[in-house]
Design a protein around this ligand. Structure first.
Ligand code: NAP
Length: 281
């Protein structure tokens, strides 16, 4: 039997997940498919319930359903509970279990591809949406020394920071407001988790660190992966920083989903290559 998986989102745009997930199935000789399931909000409940069928392994979940999907599931793993959002559903013999693999994907990306250990370090996270929430919980869970969350809409940064007790030293600032420059200056890791810099959007050529010099040796990570070298990364490299694109996180969160669905070790190198080819198209 062909086992099915896919990604639920709306609108889906040009997701590259099908390219690297199908490449992984093919490489390991697993009879399975991964499709882009563009799903209107009114159809979400039916689509999720259908995943209980024997032919379905599960699904990835993206904007705007990562939170809405929770009430349709039977169980959640610890990271999904902590973050309050689900990006992976596993069909365990008719029981739907929600996971958040953005957390592990992000931590693995900065550690294995950025050679960075957040333990005891000062980190600046730009953005306060879903991706920021996963990164913030993953960083605190990995003993970050202090975390500043900078966002255009201050109250969202404030709300995310307030999820953590004072001992975790998580504080909000307004993006480009008082405190932002100081946070850039103190951080050993700066992450963009906003959509600034994303191709085919009104903020395509923008850079959240515009006009700001980043110290040499600081790691700058953009979660945006299309284009791979965003204006922020180009700027950061010019000022002497180390840079990490959004692709490792994307592939590694997908590899973690693959492991959960198949019980096999995802062929990460094969997935990387397929993702790079898809982006080059
Ligand atoms: P989201 O929940 O909609 O959050 C969007 C964030 O971007 C908010 O902080 C928002 O600020 C900010 N923002 C949007 N437009 C802005 C602008 N013009 N100026 C300043 N801030 C702006 O989205 P998300 O799920 O967190 O995703 C955010 C980005 O991360 C997307 O580009 C997504 O592709 C990427 N991502 C990558 C991975 C990966 O694996 N590499 C995983 C997840 C997400 P306000 O609160 O002020 O609106």
């Amino acid at each position: 039997m062909l086992r099915k998986s896919g990604i639920l989102g709306y609108p889906l745009g040009h997701s590259i997940s099908p390219y690297f997930q199908n490449a992984a199935f093919e490489f390991l000789g697993i009879k399975a498919s991964y499709k882009a399931w563009s799903t209107e909000p009114k159809d979400l409940s039916d689509k999720v319930n259908a995943l209980r069928g024997t032919s379905f392994m599960g699904a990835n979940v993206t904007i705007p359903f990562k939170e809405a999907v929770i009430e349709l599931l039977d169980e959640m793993d610890d990271w999904a509970k902590r973050v309050g959002s689900v990006n992976t559903i596993v069909n365990d013999s008719g029981t739907l279990v929600g996971y958040n693999t953005d957390t592990v994907g992000f931590i693995q990306a900065i550690s294995e591809y950025g050679n960075y250990d957040p333990s005891g370090e000062a980190v600046l996270l730009i953005g306060a949406g879903g991706a920021a929430r996963a990164a913030a919980h993953a960083l605190v869970g990995n003993k970050v020394g202090s975390l500043v969350i900078a966002n255009r809409t201050y109250h969202r940064a404030e709300r995310l920071a307030s999820e953590f007790p004072a001992k975790d030293k998580v504080s909000p600032v307004l993006l480009n407001g008082p405190g932002f420059l100081k946070a850039v200056d103190s951080a050993s890791l700066i992450i963009n988790s906003t959509s600034i810099g994303m191709k085919h959007t009104s903020v395509e050529n923008c850079n959240p660190l515009e006009g700001i010099s980043v110290k040499a040796g600081v790691l700058v990570n953009d979660m945006v992966y299309n284009p791979l070298k965003t204006p922020m990364l180009i700027h950061a490299a010019e000022t002497g920083a180390k840079i990490l694109t959004g692709l490792p996180m994307l592939v590694l969160q997908g590899a973690a989903s693959f492991n959960l669905w198949t019980g096999r070790d995802a062929p990460v190198d094969v997935m990387f290559l397929a993702a790079q080819e898809a982006l080059a198209d």
